[in-house]
Design a protein around this ligand. Sequence first.
Ligand SMILES: Cc1ncc(COP(=O)(O)O)c(C=O)c1O
Length: 370
Amino acid sequence: MKSTPITPPICLSATYKFASSDDLIDVVQNRSGHIYSRWDNPTIQETEKVMAEIEGYQSALAFSSGMAAISTSILAFLEKGGKIVYQRQIYGGTFELLNDFLPRLGIETIAIDCDNLEGFYSEIEKGLTILYLETPTNPLLRIVDVKPLADAAHRKNALVMLDSTFASPINQRPKDLGVDITIHSATKYLGGHHDITAGYICCDNEFVNVIWNYRKIIGGVMDPLTAFLALRGIQTLELRIQRHNDNAQTIAQFLENHKKVKIVHYPGLKSHPDYEVAKRQMNGFGGMLSFEINTDFEGTKKFMDNLKIITLATSLGGVSSLANQPITNTHAALSPEARAKAGISESLVRLSVGIENPELLIKDLKQALD
Ligand SMILES: Cc1ncc(COP(=O)(O)O)c(C=O)c1O
């Protein structure tokens, strides 16, 4: 072959033909080629190679969503009698999986406030199967100091999983912090354009086959067209993240000085409780922030409805800015008590700062607050 395409072909084939039965048996027994796209697919494998490389692990697996990545990899290592210790302040969908679904399967799940380090260490000391963390957290941008917790969990032979979606592979290196399995909702920064629903796990070879087998049976594999779009998004990831970081810092500072804003949650602000940890653990503070307005639920709704450039929508991590009220969507499934415990108030707004001109975004926020 004298030349090859510089972008990967999108291989939509669901199945693959074999020259002989012996070849087919070899692929089934040794995963030495392709047989069926729920198992493996060339376009999907291209993205997995890239993801493993950018997160610094030996392997990666692509999923149909962030939740497919999370649920499949957790189920791959937990069985009846197993125990997972997790941080209470996490994405609402993950919380529902851990708090509601897994206990029904006879799995012990223990939520600890991310401020309660003693609680983490004492639960870890009692023994556990998985330590599950998310940092920065959704939606309050708390930063968990990962390395010491991961070390403690490893001393108990537990697996450490981390959802690094908010940081993206640019702002945080979970592998260097001792994380065994790093998870991304690629729907967010990796895709980067609000046009795919996708997820990844990155890990070393000792874990990948177990998760691959579960993905094959649970079936939440990425589709090839999405894989192509994910690869395309990843090519501009570093540039986009630099702009997200800069814009979010500028906007956080503007909001912090606005009289109608009660509090701003952004790890790049000195007022943030985890500023020092973030500075040490991250390469950038990210494009996500949240803030509380000096008003009630109705007043916050009015603010949302008055935004003109920033779009009222759930999700995050794309080039255009999105705002939502966690209480009405991302964390709507939580009981009022669970929301209160997680610190999610009626006047909380979550902002995914895009890569637009920051002056335009500030103008929009200013007029909506006014
Ligand atoms: C931190 C985090 N993890 C996981 C998910 C789930 O990802 P997906 O919507 O791609 O399933 C989300 C979704 O918002 C998220 O914010």
